[in-house]
Design a protein around this ligand. Structure first.
Ligand code: SF4
Length: 416
């Protein structure tokens, strides 16, 4: 069980879309950002609905132009999750978004150079109870003109760290920004300190968490497409979350943002930071012992579970008898394959032995039946009634499979 760092709590939302807590005792939330133009109202609303349906707790929109903040007047009444306006350079966009009723502002005080303008945004947010995320992303905090001077001034503070000079600048910038907010006694602040470098992300948030008690928005900037960006994002975010740091996350991909939500939620589920919604799928990677088309089967099972199962039922799909029984034992519903057949278990009890083409429908039917039993209070998730043992002796890896083959996979023993 991960013990989370104590922070202040910020509330995002209203009566209509609901309220999402960030920090304090609130569960870690998942957010993402639309990929389309905000002024394209119908498409924007459609994208927000899609991301909310995928599980996003809040959705951010870019508002670079007046037509984007004007569109918010029509977008906001149609959506069902809190919306965050992403503001760069133009403080007026923030004021317009607040006026339209946006639920949170993302601001980079580093690119709004006039302090009076930042104060205007803070005052408007204070009046409407709108929180602000203050971002000190690596790319935007180092002022190009006095970069070398700043590095010289601050670099010594973290001299032992490879990223010491950047950490020093991030911390110094944050102190400078937060002073502006605190000058107005405005504490509804969330902090982010993103970078493309995963090690810098870990170091920056670890340092910031020691120094400030504001909730933290974790993320890696410009992580790339999902294929490589997932590793770049999940390693630092997983590390920080596992050490109790982080109150809301955004995984950012150069891909459909719906994957940001899926992967963010999965990260929180596997760390035990959120109660899983829907089935948990376990599957073997396959090897030379495989006896069914497991890759296709796993994808078909994944899609079917995602659309048809709402309880966190643990489902295992295993390719053969070698590791199949062991994994099946820990699952609520499981199948292990042999000789182009599937042997299906529900909480340790064998319920079916079917040819390969029937594995998917029978497995899904068993999952639904089991879900209904849990809903009626006749079964409990995670309980097992019997141990599933492989054929004995398993001996050399693969000998179990020989036995499956010999017996045509019809009579694998279940030891009660
Ligand atoms: Fe290979 Fe069987 Fe393990 Fe799957 S369960 S990886 S097929 S040994």
């Amino acid at each position: 069980m991960i013990s989370r760092r104590k922070t202040r709590k910020v509330i995002v939302g209203d009566d209509r879309v609901g309220r999402v807590g960030i920090g304090g005792d609130a569960p870690v939330s998942v957010q993402t950002m639309t990929a389309g133009y905000t002024y394209d109202i119908d498409a924007c609303v459609g994208e927000i609905h899609k991301l909310a349906a995928a599980g996003a707790d809040m959705v951010r929109l870019a508002v670079p132009e007046r037509k984007d903040t004007e569109a918010l007047h029509q977008i906001l009444p149609q959506v069902t999750v809190p919306v965050v306006a992403d503001v760069h350079f133009h403080f007026q966009r923030a004021l317009e978004a607040i006026d339209a009723g946006v639920h949170k502002i993302r601001l980079n005080p580093g690119n709004i150079t006039d302090r009076a303008q930042v104060l205007k945004v803070i005052d408007a947010c204070k009046e409407r109870g709108v929180p602000i995320r203050v971002g000190v992303n690596e790319g935007s905090i180092v002022e190009r003109k006095d970069k070398h001077k700043r590095l010289k001034e601050l670099g010594g503070v973290f001299s032992e760290n490879k990223n010491g000079h950047l950490l020093a600048i991030m911390i110094a910038k944050l102190e400078e920004y937060l002073e502006i907010f605190e000058q107005r006694d405005f504490r509804d602040v969330v902090i982010s300190a993103k970078s493309i470098d995963p090690v810098l992300v870990i170091d920056a948030y670890a340092e910031i968490s020691k120094r400030f008690d504001y909730p933290l928005h974790l993320g890696v900037t410009h992580a790339g497409p999902r294929e490589t960006g997932s590793i770049r994002s999940v390693v630092p975010l997983g590390h920080l979350l596992a050490t109790g740091i982080g109150d809301t996350i955004r995984i950012s991909y150069a891909s459909d943002p719906v994957y940001e939500v899926h992967d963010g939620l999965e990260l929180l589920y596997i760390l035990g930071l959120r109660q899983r919604i829907g089935a948990e799928l376990i599957a073997c990677p396959t090897c030379g012992r495989i006896q069914v088309d497991l890759f296709t089967l796993v994808q078909d099972v994944r899609k079917a579970l995602a659309s048809e199962i709402t309880l966190p039922i643990k489902v295992a799909v295993m390719g053969c008898v070698v590791n199949g029984p062991g994994e099946c034992e820990g699952a609520d519903v499981a199948i292990f394959a042999g000789d182009r057949r599937g042997i299906i278990y529900v909480q340790g009890e064998k319920v079916a032995n079917v040819p390969e083409e029937q594995i998917l429908p029978v497995l899904l039917a068993e999952c639904k039946k089991f879900e209904q039993k849990v809903q009626r209070g006749e079964a409990k998730l995670g309980e097992k009634k019997v141990d599933i043992l492989p054929p004995e002796p398993i001996g050399v890896i693969g000998s179990g499979w020989e036995k499956v083959q010999r017996e045509k996979a019809t009579s694998l023993p279940v030891v009660r």
